[in-house]
Design a protein around this ligand. Structure first.
Ligand code: CP
Length: 306
C-alpha cells in the first residue's frame, strides 16, 4: 500500500514520474477521461479548503471516477466523538482512495496505519502539505524548465506554513538549490528543518526583509500568516501585514522571477501584482488539478500491481 503523507515518501524519480504524467494529462486530457471509471475518491476535510478539496474532486471526475466525502468535521461523526481511525476504516469500505486534511499534525499518518486504501495527506495542521508541493514543483518546472540550480525565497509565516515545510523538503533534494528564508523572528522556519538543512550542507540564510533578498531570487514563494494556528489574536494582528508584495518591491527583482503563493492570500500580495507576467499563482491553481490527477492514477495503479 502506497500512501503520500510526507513529500519524501516519494523518491525524486517517483516525483519526476508524477510530474511527467501530469504534463501528458495537460497536453491530452481526453486520453485519460475514463481511466478511473468505477473508482471512488473520498475527500475527508476536517479543516476548511477551497483549492485542495475541489482540485482533488475535479481531478477524480476528470478521470471518469466518482467522489464522496465531507467538507467539515461538523458534518461527520467526528462531531459525535468517533475516532479518526474508525472513520478511516469505515470510509475504506466505501472508497478506493482517501484524501484527508486535518488540523492535528500527524493525523493522516495515524490514519494510514489502519487504512485498507491509500491515504493522501491534504494538509495536517502546521506540519506538511505534500500535494501542494507537487503543484509547486510542477509549476516551477514548467516555468523554469528545471528544478535544480536556483535560489528560492520563502516569505511570510514560515513557522506554521505547512506548504513551506514540504517545499523545502522537496527542493532541498535537487542539486544547487539555495534557500532565502524571509520572516520576522517569531515566524521563522522550525528548528528541525533548518538543522536538517545544515546537516545536509544545503545553503540557506534567514533575513527579515524581502528587499535585501529580492535581486538574487529565481522563485519568490509568498505565504499567508496562518491566523488559525496562533494562540493569541494580538500576535496575529501585529504580524499579519509584515510583508505586502507590490510592484514597487519588485523593482530590483529578476526579469524571470516566478512569484508563487499556495493561496488563499489575504494582504500579502497586492492585486496590482496579478497582471505582472512573473505572477504564476493562478497557474499553480490550474496545475494542482492535473498533478492530483497524476497522483491518484499513480497510487491506484500501484494498488493494482499488488
Ligand atoms: N493551497 C491550499 O491548500 O488551499 P486551500 O486551503 O484552499 O485548499
Amino acid at each position: 500500500m502506497r500512501h503520500l503523507i510526507d513529500i519524501t515518501d516519494f523518491s525524486v524519480e517517483e516525483i519526476t514520474g508524477v510530474l511527467d504524467l501530469a504534463d501528458k494529462m495537460i497536453a491530452n486530457p481526453a486520453a485519460y477521461r475514463d481511466t478511473m471509471h468505477g473508482r471512488i475518491l473520498a475527500t475527508l476535510f476536517f479543516e476548511p479548503s477551497t483549492r485542495t478539496r475541489l482540485s482533488f474532486e475535479s481531478a477524480m471526475l476528470s478521470l471518469g471516477g466518482s467522489v464522496l466525502g465531507f467538507a467539515s468535521a461538523d458534518s461527520s461523526s467526528a462531531a459525535k466523538g468517533e475516532s479518526l481511525t474508525d472513520t478511516i476504516r469505515t470510509v475504506g469500505c466505501y472508497a478506493d482512495i482517501i484524501a484527508m486534511r486535518h488540523p492535528k499534525e500527524g493525523a493522516p499518518m495515524a490514519g494510514s496505519f489502519k487504512s485498507s486504501v491509500p491515504i493522501i495527506n491534504a494538509g495536517d495542521g502546521g506540519h506538511n502539505h505534500p500535494t501542494q508541493t507537487l503543484t509547486d514543483l510542477m509549476t516551477i518546472r514548467r516555468e523554469k524548465g528545471r528544478l535544480d540550480r536556483m535560489t528560492v525565497g520563502l516569505c511570510g509565516d514560515l513557522k506554521f506554513g505547512r506548504t513551506v515545510h514540504s517545499l523545502i523538503g522537496a527542493m532541498s533534494r535537487y542539486e544547487g538549490v539555495e534557500f532565502v528564508l524571509i520572516s520576522p523572528p517569531e515566524l521563522r522556519v522550525p528548528g528541525y528543518i533548518t538543522q536538517g538543512l545544515r546537516d545536509r550542507g544545503i545553503p540557506f540564510c534567514e533575513v527579515e526583509t524581502m528587499e535585501e533578498a529580492m535581486p538574487r531570487l529565481d522563485v519568490l514563494y509568498m505565504t499567508r500568516v496562518q491566523r488559525e494556528r496562533f494562540f493569541n489574536e494580538a500576535d496575529y494582528v501585529r504580524l499579519k501585514d509584515t510583508y505586502i508584495l507590490d510592484p514597487e518591491k519588485l523593482r530590483d527583482a529578476k526579469a524571470d522571477l516566478s512569484i508563487m503563493h499556495p493561496l488563499p492570500r489575504v494582504n500579502e500580495i497586492s492585486v496590482r501584482v496579478d497582471d505582472d507576467p512573473r505572477a504564476v499563482y493562478f497557474k499553480q491553481v490550474r496545475n494542482g488539478r492535473f498533478v492530483r490527477m497524476a497522483l491518484i492514477t499513480t497510487l491506484l495503479e500501484a494498488c493494482d500491481e499488488h
